[in-house]
Design a protein around this ligand. Structure first.
Ligand code: ZN
Length: 160
């Protein structure tokens, strides 16, 4: 069965950066199952998998525009440390959940100074070229329920 819109695709994958360092991998965690054609994975990888089938192996290089987007320097902000509750532990590399005008989002702590904290609201992989090594393990038709929810149920997918 070919990968197409509304198929459930199960993949083993390893994601590396431009230097070849592993960023993420399904090995040891079990394969990822996703609903194809719904934007559940980055666009560049979804496009590369289109028309492929079980057993196919592919290496895909995804430019930032087809991955997690370009960096937006306007999402970097310096806020007074006093905005955080006393005793809040803050260190570079930490990720925090904040709520604001644009709703809840995840920001990374970039720098911590005595009175100020630098936060970055970009996705940690924004602006990065992504190199995926993928093996397609399985392709099946999605159920009506999966299509209406926009995601996969069962192993490798959502559990309600
Ligand atoms: Zn669901």
């Amino acid at each position: 069965m070919q990968i197409a819109r509304n198929k459930v695709v199960t993949i083993h994958y390893t994601l590396r950066d431009e230097q070849g360092a592993v960023i993420d991998s399904s090995s040891g965690r079990g394969p990822l199952a996703y609903l194809h054609g719904k934007g559940n994975i980055v666009p560049g990888l979804e496009r590369a998998l289109d028309g492929r089938g079980a057993g196919d192996k592919l290496d895909v290089t995804v430019a930032p525009e087809q991955g997690y987007g370009l960096r937006d320097e306007r999402l970097v902000e310096i806020v007074p440390r006093s905005r955080f509750p006393a005793g809040t532990e803050l260190a570079p590399g930490m990720q925090l959940r904040t709520s604001g005008a644009r709703g809840a989002r995840i920001v990374s702590v970039v720098k911590v100074e005595r009175d100020f904290v630098t936060l970055d609201g970009n996705h940690p992989l924004a602006g990065r070229t992504l190199r995926f090594s993928v093996e397609v393990a399985d392709v099946r038709r999605a159920t009506h329920e999966e299509v209406s929810h926009g995601h996969v149920h069962g192993p490798g997918g959502h559990h309600h």
